[in-house]
Design a binder for this molecule. Sequence first.
Ligand SMILES: Nc1ncnc2c1ncn2[C@@H]1O[C@H](COP(=O)(O)OP(=O)(O)O)[C@@H](O)[C@H]1O
Ligand SMILES: [Mg+2]
Length: 494
Amino acid sequence: MIGRIADGATETSARLILLKDLEKEITAEELVLVYNGGEAKPTNLILGVIREGLGKNEFLSYTSYKPDVAYMRHGGEPSGSREVYSFTFKPIGMITDDGIEPNRTIIQPRSPVYMIDDSENPLEWLVKGREVTWLNAHLDRHPSWRVPVDIEFIPYHVGVYGSTGSGKSWLTRNVLIPAYVEAGYRCIVLDWSGTDYAPYYGGRRGCEVVGIEEIALDADTIIYYLQDKAKSLVKNDNVKDAFEEYVDAWPSKVEEKLRSSQGDKEAAAEQILEELKEYVNSRINNIGRADYRASAERVARRVFRHLKAEDILPLLGIKKIDELMRKAEENEVTILDMGGAIAEAKLSLFHSLSKIVYRKMERGQDVNIALIIDEAPQYAPWDPRGIQAETSTMIKNLAALGRKKKLNLTLISQGIRGEIGINAAVRRNLNTHFFGRIHPLDAAGEGGASDWLSPYGVRTDQLLLLKPGHFYFSGVMNPSPIPLLITFKPEEEL
Ligand SMILES: Nc1ncnc2c1ncn2[C@@H]1O[C@H](COP(=O)(O)OP(=O)(O)O)[C@@H](O)[C@H]1O
Ligand SMILES: [Mg+2]
């Protein structure tokens, strides 16, 4: 027994007064058991988390003058006899034969509160009647209490938030990916910089790392990309049509040029740009009306002033994206190493890949894929423009349809909202969250972490101090309705 329930308890919140000296041992985030109504004949047993510790000593009020304060000012030790330590108790639920049910009874003052023995994982009581998988993660300070996730809610999408170095990529590699695989999902990871995932999965069984430069982009994406490079392209339909015609047979042209240049990519890019220019110009020459022809010539000149051979380089991959997806469905984990490529090419690749997934779902198929997007604000920023507007919309659509078709989106971001966060329309589709050490900007304010956690007694200043690899797990995938502080032992350290 560690203490008793204090005055003023309700069915959803209570204060726990600690027994003498236990303030040194009992810490916030501990799971405890309340024997509601007394040890002998409790009305029910309530499992919950303790948070918001508070130490009080009414002799030592710093706003009023008391004998103890005077004594202390001169170096004396004031009395500790009327010191009280307490925590808020947040009930997870009451224990019944059918698992844990929401508590509706008033938590009775004076009820004794107990610690739970380390040999018994109270999180196991939460999983009755649910299909769960167990994370390679445990409740903070209890390495033997593994944390369950509700498999049904994996396709309700996940957000992982924390400032740089808070352990997001490690959590994803060590905890989330293995859990998704365990639950029957194939993982596709978009490794924005190629440093967080690609080096860890090469050569592992069931895993494949594919470089972005190996992949052939689809015609729409290539046009979109070229358009983004040379904005004037869209200003003239004749020029645009000519580009589209050339791009239609892009993969075979790339293969041909790579062959004739014996694999020299720079040379192949130069040849393609040259041929593209010739093709566009010859099409323009065929335009009958002189005024149309002149304006097309003007636009084409401007386009080719902007387009350089190095812009063509990222478009020289020949691995077909449907081929890649087919392989990804056989692998457990596929990492797309997008290091070295420019942002537009990465976004284009994502766009064509997600189109395949989307079409498959539209045809009514379950996809069983977890799409893991690190640096998610690159794809769905708060204020998306250009190709980011397309990827944001795509993610939003994938999220909506994915819930019914077993697609999980896991979006990883430094921030939650605002300029460093994820687009609000996308964010609304994420129903499970892992909050690590966050940026102060995210601590308060609408849509920030405090909206999610303060109703459960988690103070946001605590989020600023979390150690790497510590996350609050909240939302529908967590069988506990109350967010829990979890951590994990990285495989790299084992
Ligand atoms: N569970 C953990 N235990 C101990 N150290 C960890 C843990 N998780 C992460 N770290 C440390 O934090 C560092 C940053 O992790 P990383 O996942 O790369 O952060 P992020 O992706 O959020 O920038 C790691 O290099 C590692 O040293
Ligand atoms: Mg990272």
